[in-house]
Design a protein around this ligand. Sequence first.
Ligand SMILES: [Zn+2]
Length: 59
Amino acid sequence: MFSKEKIVIAYTTENCKSCNMERKRKFKEGDYLFAETFKCNSCEGTMQIEKIFGEPIEK
Ligand SMILES: [Zn+2]
């Protein structure tokens, strides 16, 4: 019996502090919690990393 191999993909969730827009993208090297990243697309606010998590993918 072989156990199934699992691959974990890391994701980053960004949240705009002004309009609360949320965006999920793949984790990128250098991302860390509460880092300010890009300008928000829908307002002049700044996006902030809110969550970094991994989602396992069954192979
Ligand atoms: Zn915004």
